[in-house]
Design a protein around this ligand. Structure first.
Ligand code: TRP
Length: 339
């Protein structure tokens, strides 16, 4: 018998802060579901990353349960995907120390997210905020991830991960036995990205200030409808997909397409000449219907905290198995005495 060929690995992480939005679902989670057919999939809540800005402990814990229940409710089956919390797998913190010693201060000072976040948190520019991308590199490299689904805003961090992996490989690997797999970003195409309802030129954010800019996965139907009816549209009355000239209408079209499976052409055919009210009404109905089963499943799952704990414990165990093996490979490459 020959050993089964190892499957490519996909890994992604999301910070348990803010609230999961329709954008997280349509632009990310929903597209992760079928990957389990062909890949080993790891999805984690990055609680260690979250504390780079102050968190209320009670809220943080509640968010972690909420997010994990939502992952499952959105279709990520825990028996086909490894779902876990970053702090449950000690190898993340351990590898990030090692990688710190292979990352330059200059590289980290150039990260735009660090610049943005330190401008926003002037009274708490902590070392963790600066070091954030190194922990992210550890997250990715521990699992030999080949593909990393991330938003555009994380591209720079992924580039850094690749640079550090290559540097480490050059120092400690051989051509046919690299220590790390060098990962590739998997960035969703423009049309798959859901933008804000009030500012359709910026991505729908899970921690934005404007309550009406985002649809949250747990919003009740009347809230969803109200937000979509108030969505910013564009001048004129033409229904046409044009991200530049008609960002608001194009975003409503993307939402309708992603929730109903209709093509953009079909949407134009049905709604052009009908006014924007009709398009908004249809989008509202489609989003409500799309989220109805997710919300029902969520309520069941969230009500069973011991069940969620089992998912997390099992996930942490499976994640640790893979992560510990990589960490030992790294320690060996460094010349540390094996444990
Ligand atoms: N930095 C990512 C974000 O804010 C979250 C993240 C942490 C991540 N570790 C990761 C994403 C590993 C992908 C892979 O969105």
């Amino acid at each position: 018998m020959t050993a089964a060929k190892p499957r490519p690995v996909v890994l992604s992480g999301i910070q348990p802060s803010g609230r999961l939005t329709l954008g997280n679902y349509l632009g990310a989670i929903k597209n992760w579901v079928p990957l389990a057919d062909t890949h080993d999939c790891y999805y984690m809540l990055v609680d260690l990353h979250a504390i780079t800005v102050r968190q209320d402990p009670k809220v943080l814990r509640e968010r972690c349960f909420e997010f994990i229940a939502l992952y499952v409710a959105c279709g990520l089956d825990p028996s086909r995907n490894v779902l876990f919390v970053q702090s449950h797998v000690p190898a993340h913190a351990r590898l990030s120390w090692v990688l710190n010693c292979y990352t330059q201060m200059g590289e980290l000072s150039r990260m735009t997210q660090f610049k943005d976040k330190s401008a926003k948190n002037v009274d708490n520019i902590n070392a963790g905020l600066f070091d954030y991308p190194v922990l992210m590199a550890a997250d990715i490299l521990l699992y030999d991830a080949t593909g990393v689904p991330v938003g555009d805003d994380q591209k720079q961090h992924l580039e850094l991960t690749r640079d550090v992996a290559i540097r480490f490989n050059n120092a400690h690997g051989t051509k046919d036995r690299p220590v790390f797999i060098v990962p590739e970003p998997m960035i969703p195409p423009v049309g798959a990205r859901i933008m804000g309802l009030q500012d359709p030129t910026a991505k729908m954010s899970k921690s934005g200030d404007a309550e009406t800019d985002a649809i949250y996965l747990l919003d009740p139907p009347d809230t969803i409808t109200r937000k979509l009816k108030r969505a910013v549209t564009d001048l004129g009355n033409e229904v046409r997909y044009d991200v530049k000239d008609k960002p608001g209408v194009s975003n409503l079209m993307s939402i309708l397409a992603a929730t109903t499976g209709q093509t953009l052409e079909q949407i134009v055919e049905t709604y052009n000449g009908q006014g924007y009210g009709k398009l908004k009404g249809a989008a509202a109905e489609a989003v409500v219907e799309c989220l109805r089963p997710v919300q029902a499943r969520y309520a069941e799952l969230r009500g069973d905290e011991p069940g969620l704990m089992r998912v997390l414990r099992d996930g942490a165990q499976r994640a640790s198995q893979k992560a510990d093996a990589t960490l030992m490979r790294v320690h060996e490459a460094l010349g540390f005495i094996p444990q």
